[in-house]
Structures are given as C-alpha cells and as structure tokens.
Design a protein around this ligand. Sequence first.
Ligand SMILES: [Zn+2]
Length: 301
Amino acid sequence: MGSTAEDQRYGGVLVMGGADGGKYPDGNSFVFEGSESRLLVDPSMTVHGRGGAPVPVDGVLLSHVHEDHVPGLTHYPTLPVWVHRDDHPAMVSIDGLMDAYGYEGELRAHWQEEVLRDFHYVGRPDATAFEDGMRWDLGGGRTVTAIFLPGHTAGHCGFLVEPDGFFAIGDIDLTGFGPYYGDASSTLEGFRRSIARCREVDARWFGTFHHKGVIEGRATFLALLDDFEAVIDRREVAMLEHLAEPRTLDDLVRHRFVYRPGVDLSFVDMVERRTAELHLAAFVASGQVVEVEPGRFCVAA
Ligand SMILES: [Zn+2]
C-alpha cells in the first residue's frame, strides 16, 4: 500500500491511474473521501497489484460488474459492496456473471476460468443492491449520488460526487473504440439514452475507467461524448452498406463491425454477434431493413 506518483486528487476524489494509461485489462480507480468515510470505486488490476487502495476505505462501489472492475475486491472480503440491482446477480456468483455475458459451452468454460484466474473474481452474495438516485453521505457535506446509465451492462451506473462536481462515468469511457454493448445484458437503445443523460449532468470533472482518465470542463467532455457516440452511427452506416445485399447474422459476425480483423480475443465473435443482433433488430423495427427470407436480411427497397 501507499500513494504513487500517479495518484491525483480532484477535490474529494483520489484517482489511482491504472497501468498503461488505464488500457484494458487495467483501469482507473477512485476513492471518494468525506470527513467520516471513504468509498473505493471499481477496484482495478492496479489496485489488486498494489494490495488495495492507498488509504483505508469503508466500502466499495461498482459502476457495473465486468471482470476488469473487480480484481481489487479480493483485498476487501468483508467490506460492504454496492452494485445496481440489475448487475447484482453478476456480483453474487460467477454463474450470474457468465449469464450476463451470455456465453455458452466451451467459450463460457474458458472465459469463466480466465475471469477467476486472471481477474481474481470472487462472488459476493453479501453485496447490496441499489437503485437510481441512491445517495451516500460521506460526512463533511460530501455526498455521492448514483446515476443509472444502462446499456454497457444492464445495471451500469455513474456516480456524482458533490459539492466537488466529479462525475465518475465508468465505461462510458470516451475511447476511440466506442461504446461497448456486446453482452447479453447490454442494450443499444439504453446506451444511447445513457449518453443523452450524461449530457444533462453538470460537473467540473468527468472520470472514466479507461484511457481518458479525468477530463476537466463540461465543454470538453461534451465534445468527447459526441465523438464517442458517433462510433455507433459509423457502425450503423457500415452495416447498412453491407446489408445492401441479403446477409445472414453469421455474415455480419464474420465481417466485423466492432473489432479490427487482427484482434484475436476469445470473445470477439460473441461480441460481434450480440452487437449485430442489436443493430439488426433496430433496423428491422424502423423498417430500414427487411428479412427477405428466413435468416437473411437486406436494406428495404
Ligand atoms: Zn465494462
């Protein structure tokens, strides 16, 4: 334990920058500090490697349950853990987490082993579920409010620290990769609504779990958020171009609209499939795409 040069303070928030600029599988973790208590947010691989946060903490908040947001929890087996109701099953047990990803068969077995071994996942049946608007009083006038931002996962949330105006936005991470909605529990429409909700929140600092770290100033944040959301639009345009001819879901998976051709991760095909399914359903619902024969889809004439 102990602070490092990378630890930075923003009002009542201590930021522990993850290795490699917070690139997956690492990320940036936060400690929200009041006069009476401190809460650790999303304990990363770096927090795991450091043996915990640099200061004593009284509880752990999770923006959502993904393998890279929980490795440091192993150092706090008896502390209270809070997670949104819709991600709660994924924190209770590894089965709940695997169901949220939606993987089956060999991939599920393989990924489960990886999450347990490399990300140190330990189920927490004692985790407490919260809902949108949940508030924690840390003492000294400092509060934390949960803001429900689903889409990335079913229960993904941001946390607004006041009076500082620090908004932790989890995996609405503003990366060039763009929004991730490739799990069984992800939704495309939810993600779009959550981006819109982020635009309404007035804050001074915006803290992401990956890459960007802390962004200062709402105007800068809003510009980055526009770029981030535009990735969804680009995926849509690319898919519609591909659907100029009748295609199956397998065709879309093979073509890849999320990952580059060279990326070789075990879950790529599943994420491509889930992402394509969500876009296809939206296209069909809006009438832009029709099912020309069973399992084959094409842009409407
Ligand atoms: Zn995530």
